[in-house]
Each structure stands twice: as C-alpha cells, then as structure tokens.
Design a binder for this molecule. Sequence first.
Ligand SMILES: [Zn+2]
Length: 295
Amino acid sequence: MSDYLVKALAYNGQVRAYAVRTTETVREAQRRHQTWPTASAALGRAMTAGVMMGAMLKGDSQLTIKIEGGGPIGHILVDSDAKGNVRGYVSNPHVHFELNAHGKLDVARAVGTNGTLTVVKDLGLRDYFTGQVPLVSGELGEDFTYYFASSEQTPSSVGVGVLVNPDHSILAAGGFILQLMPDTEEKTIDEIEQRLKSIPPVSKMIEKGSSPEEILYELLGGQDNVKILETLPVSFVCRCSRERIADAIISLGAEEIQKIIDEEGKAEASCHFCNETYEFSKEELEQLKKFAERE
Ligand SMILES: [Zn+2]
C-alpha cells in the first residue's frame, strides 16, 4: 500500500486539514539510515510533518526543517516539496531509550528540549521565508503546533506518530495538521478540541488500517463535514546524484584531487540524506581533475 496525503476543507471552509500515511516513507528512511527505534520515531515524526508542510507550498517551492534540541540524536534535517517528495536524516541514528511513562517511544529524550525548530521555505526567485521557534516539548507534534501559532500566526493542531516493530522496522507512521481560519466559530473549535482529546494516537489509527481520509472524518465529525480537495502520492526521494557528487569533487580543486589520488587511490562519498555511497576510481578522479584544472 503506497503512501499518500490528502488536503481537505471542513466545516464549510472554516478548517483546513491535511492527513497522511507515511509508513512506507519512514520505512525507507529507517532502512537507509539504520535508525534505532527512538531515532526512527523522531525522524519519522519530523518527516511526516515535513511532507504535509511541503504540500502547503506551490509549484517548485521547497522546504527545509532543522531541529536542534541538544539531545543525543544531534540534529534532524528534513527536506520536502510541494509534490510529496521528502527526505531526511538524523546526525546520530543509533539512539534508543526505554519507553516513556506513557508507554511511548521517548522522542523528547532523544531530540532534547533545549533548542530550536527552524523552517526555511525556498519559494523560488530568491524568495525565502525563515521561521524559528524554541522547542516547547521535544515530542515534535506540539513543537510544530507551536511553530504554526507563533511563526505563521495560524492556530493549528499537529499530530504525528510512528510505531516501530521489535526488529526495528516500521509498523505504521502518519499524521495530520488541522488549521483554523480566522473566522472559525467557537462551537467548531470546541467540537474539534473534544475530539482531539478522545481519539486514539494517529499512529494507532494508521496501524488499524485507517486511510488519511478516514482519519480526517474521525477528527472532523464525519464525512459530511469534510470536503477532500486533493490527494498526493508521498515517498522518500533524494535529489542527490553521481553528477552532483562529481561536481562537489571538482570544486575541491585539482591539487586536492591529486592528493586523494596519491593517498587513497579512489574516492568514496555518501549522501547525508539518503546514505547512498558513490565511488570514484582513480581513472575517474583523473578525469575530474582535468575538469578542475579547466575551471
Ligand atoms: Zn541522497
């Protein structure tokens, strides 16, 4: 079952809503980075929020999220776009703790609570938007909720969750974002707040087989209340390529490339985001050196 996201309006346009299943996407991230369960949950939650925030953009715009909480996983970096592509990594993937007091993966302990959540939107034509907020919980859902309220002045509710199997593979992942328009009635807000208190965690709903549409129906008081506007396939996609790595090697300069040839006889470079390794033989390095000499 491949991942997808839905965009919707509810309560006659008073509420904008997004929901996504990211099980396969987070599974791919876990497989590539070999993250341990708590780190998988942290990365998966950030990627899930990231792919929904990407879907709020238009055209070729892109989004980068950086979370630095001072915890043992180091920083989390997530890139996404308006087309459902997302990629991400944590600096220390081998982090795992006992479950917390709520019986959940202790994401706040892995991320840390003393730091910042930064969002950079590349809107094209050198038009950038940057927003930064202090982390308020380290569990990430609440931190994104705070980000929307504080940095984008949009009252929101963000739910993101990841369930991990005993063998470290991903069992289920997904999330939702609800955003209130300025004219939302008190009654609507109360209803949504009540439901948010009573629904199961979003990761559990995904595990039970709920689709993104069904998650929104449950959150927003049934199918009649919700108008689905668009669905978007979602997957882990990296923008790296052999050509880009070769360009990076060329930019080191001829002298530096010669040093690598003399000392290593070959070059190996991996992409932070997807952990793909690219190897360049001595002959290929000689070629790249010629390019570097011409620059
Ligand atoms: Zn890559």
